[in-house]
Design a protein. Sequence first.
Length: 119
Amino acid sequence: MEASVSITFRSATQSETWRVSPGTNLRQALLARGLSPYVRLTRRLNCGGRGICATCGIWIIEGDQAPEHWHDRLAQRFGYPRLSCKVTVDRDLTITPVPDKWIWGGRRNRPQITSTAPE
């Protein structure tokens, strides 16, 4: 039996969990599941996962790991979301999208999930 880890996606309107192979890129896992880390404008205008546009941000609520990419190290230090394109899933994660995301804008507080769709 192949080892796997779980990704739990939670928002104010939905909650779902699925399993992926360890080493899976989080951005790719989201896109494969039909869940975009992008807002409407950046779904087509993004860097394709190279870590230079900073538009695929997500909050890691549980299971965060030490960031390897320079942007994610700064994000962790200053309270910004992580780049899903630079997160390798090697343990169970609980994530939530960045609501009302601006491409360039002020820092937002980490969200507190107050309601979710039934699991």
